[in-house]
Design a protein around this ligand. Sequence first.
Ligand SMILES: Nc1ncnc2c1ncn2[C@@H]1O[C@H](COP(=O)(O)OP(=O)(O)OP(=O)(O)O)[C@@H](O)[C@H]1O
Length: 303
Amino acid sequence: MIVAEQLTKRFGDKTAVSNVSFTVQPGKVTGFLGPNGAGKSTTMRMIVGLDRPTSGTVTVGGQSYAHLRSPLTEVGVLLDAKAVHTGRSARNHLRAMAATHGIGRARVDEVIELTGIQSVAGKRAGKFSLGMGQRLGIAAALLGDPRTLILDEPVNGLDPEGVRWVRQFVRHLAAEGRTVLLSSHLMSEMAQTADHVIVLGRGQVLADAELSELVRAWTTNNVVVRSPRLSELAAALAGPDVTVTASAPGVAEVSGVTAASVGDLAASLGIPVHELTSRTGSLEDAYLALTGDAVEYTSKEIA
Ligand SMILES: Nc1ncnc2c1ncn2[C@@H]1O[C@H](COP(=O)(O)OP(=O)(O)OP(=O)(O)O)[C@@H](O)[C@H]1O
């Protein structure tokens, strides 16, 4: 479990993280989201003692990182997978890390197998492809068999097979009861991976909720209807809670009603319907609605 209480970090007059409190629960994958510059990396760095909070506290398993007697066995961290520029083989890199933490060679072989890098373990880690480097970074994070894992952008730059592997792997780690905090800018991927999400914007917590709850609260469901007599149907649908927005010739998006009631109404009026689709909001829709005011750099909407 990770507990942050009123965590604040300033760099000169820039406040990167402002009064942030949250709890990351075990047994779940918690997604850490937010626009560029929102403060995610700074928060992760404070969790693992790489940045010192200006004020506030953060603990892992009830202890601050600096007070953990054996950090590697408590928290596994992947902050920058490309940071491995080593002439050593992947196996020797992991063995060297293990040796400095009193971890045996058998565990090195275990994490090599767990992350599927057996065939390249004898190669120089500095020559690894991005995907293999990411797996090696995850292997290193797992060396101490930690209860908590912090992974910053673990799927960044991975091919679809690698992305799927990370997704299944982190879900497996959470199912084992571990605490997993994961950042990513890929919303569709996060939607498939996380159970819970914490969203930061301008250094503050914008949302801290189960993923499904967040999507429900920040999106509206609508119904796409296609009909050659759309204007008649739209007129019949009109009501105080119903919004009909034309999206293409003969097509409208209707909110405030179910697909069933649109279909029933059309049938009762004898209006032909060529398409009737219920659309639920996505994590991306929710995220964009939530962070709209918190992005530092906005781009012009493409019509
Ligand atoms: N060492 C530093 N010195 C000065 N400012 C910093 C430092 N580290 C981060 N910042 C600033 O703090 C803010 C938060 O940065 P941070 O890297 O934590 O954001 P992030 O959410 O991880 O962004 P990204 O998604 O782009 O990685 C940014 O405005 C950044 O420029």
